[in-house]
Design a binder for this molecule. Structure first.
Ligand code: PLP
Length: 456
């Protein structure tokens, strides 16, 4: 471990508080690469190992309590263990986890999706968000008969080969991905209407689909203006390409009908996961009936097209379906999205007030139920309360010195708050006033500790 960690009082305090997690992290490394099962759970010197969670809080194996802003990678709009969801999943579990057959719950679940999401004429369930974007692209290519996919640089759509390129230097192909698959993607700068129009002028007849995170890369880390989405809708409609909104994280979170309902722009296909399944595994592609029809054996036979293949042992399993139905019914009936959004707005304002008071030139920004911490890698002069992420280049918004992020996270963990490593977090309808006060005080102390180490 380098000096940034070994000589750090923050790191020493964190280690002292988390001996059980340190031991498990050592054991984990012996059986799992890097000791983790999801790249964004990686942190140095080790992450916390969590034992249980409830509402807005979670507890690690050393008995430390945290206000949780990791939010189950965005799945937990209702917080941990919302009783109605737990009860519904438990009741389904007792009846069987896998029938190898259709069941009534999947029909109810699909109807709820159709009722809530404007673009959802038909729904096909998958087991994850990655599978949903994979299926959406296959559908778009089969339906359009075209090969090219347009993506925006730094937008995240899961980890399958068709969406893996673009994280590294321009033109690079990620390890393990076939160059010809990467070559099937046109990567555009996010938010650049001119580049978008040029791409359609040059390649319009080959473009099968454009896929986009509608609130911007990584839930608004690099925000996107709705005008750009409108231009996307225009260009795709004109060219006969499918517009895919990847609402895996925004769906049922920014509003019950997702970002498309907020912006009044209806895509051809929508990918969903996370909140969709109430905190259990699950995903879906929803969208136009004439595109999803490509999955329908009867339609394929009568219209004479080749049906596309789609399998998945745990698609719409009854436990996920039951949890998803319970969660979506709550989201339809209660102002859960509004509560999470309002909490995040208050949190962003209070954290920026702390930064301003401490004279630290970072900023907390974001929209809806997200908050993003900008660590100002180029040391711009800035007022945290007037920060405009649209005025900063996407690469700069995404650049973070790794050791600084780890120290910020450790300092917050040592003060009872868990955030994600982007760095930032997601709020839920379960976060309440005491979480806000606790978080603001923890942030003040954490920033003080970082200043003492000359990191802030
Ligand atoms: N698309 C977006 C916008 C996401 O945020 C994610 C996950 O973070 C995915 C796709 C992949 O979903 P999953 O992790 O369920 O495979």
């Amino acid at each position: 471990m380098n000096d940034a960690y070994s000589n750090s009082p923050i790191c020493a305090l964190y280690r002292e508080r988390t001996p059980g997690s340190a031991r498990l992290a050592r054991e984990a490394r012996e059986v799992m690469p890097g000791g983790i099962t999801h790249d964004s759970r990686y942190m140095r010197p080790h992450g916390v190992f969590v034992e249980r969670a409830r509402g807005s809080r979670k507890w690690d194996v050393d008995g430390n309590e945290y206000v949780d802003y990791f939010g189950g990678h965005g799945a937990l709009l209702l917080g941990h263990g919302r009783p109605e969801v737990v009860e519904a999943a438990g009741a389904a579990l007792a009846l069987g986890t896998q029938f190898g057959a259709s069941h009534a719950l999947e029909v109810r679940w699909a109807r709820l999706v159709r009722d809530l999401v404007p673009s959802a004429e038909r729904v096909r369930f998958t087991a994850s968000g990655t599978e949903a974007t994979h299926l959406a692209l296959r559908l778009a290519r089969a339906w359009s008969g075209r090969r090219l996919l347009v993506r925006l640089r730094s937008h995240f759509h899961g980890w399958h080969d068709h969406v893996a390129s673009g994280g590294g230097p321009a033109g690079s192909v990620p390890a393990g991905v076939l160059p010809e698959i990467a070559a099937g993607t046109l990567l555009l700068p996010p938010g650049d209407v001119g580049a978008l129009r040029d791409a359609f002028t040059a390649h319009g007849r080959d473009i099968a689909a454009v896929i986009v995170e509608p609130t911007g890369a990584s839930f608004g880390r690099v925000p996107l203006r709705p005008d750009f989405l409108r231009a996307l809708r225009e260009e795709t409609s004109r060219a006969g390409a499918a517009l895919i909104f990847d609402e895996v994280i925004t769906g049922f979170r920014v509003a019950p009908g997702g970002a498309q309902s907020v912006y009044g722009i209806t895509p051809d296909l929508t990918t969903l996961a996370k909140v969709l399944a109430g905190g259990l595994p699950g995903g879906a592609v929803a969208g136009r009936a004439d595109i999803l029809e490509r999955l329908d054996a009867d339609a394929a036979e009568s219209a004479g097209f080749e049906k596309i293949q789609h399998y998945g042992t745990f698609n719409a399993n009854p436990v996920s379906a039951a949890a998803g139905i319970a969660a979506l019914e709550i989201i339809r009936a209660e102002p859960a999205c509004e509560r999470a959004n309002a909490f995040a707005a208050e949190l962003r304002a209070r954290l920026n007030a702390e930064l301003a008071a401490a004279g630290v030139p970072w900023a907390v920004y974001g929209a809806f139920s997200g908050f993003q911490i900008f660590l100002n890698p180029n040391r711009r002069a800035l007022d945290p309360r007037a920060f405009d992420p649209h005025a900063v280049a996407p690469d700069e918004l995404k650049t973070n010195p790794p050791a600084l992020v780890d120290k910020l996270r450790m300092a917050l963990l040592a003060n009872g708050v868990d955030i994600g490593g982007w760095p930032g977090g997601l709020t839920s309808a379960a976060h309440a006033d005491d979480d806000l006060d606790h978080t603001v005080a923890a942030f003040r102390r954490a920033v003080g500790m970082l200043k003492a180490e000359a990191e802030a």
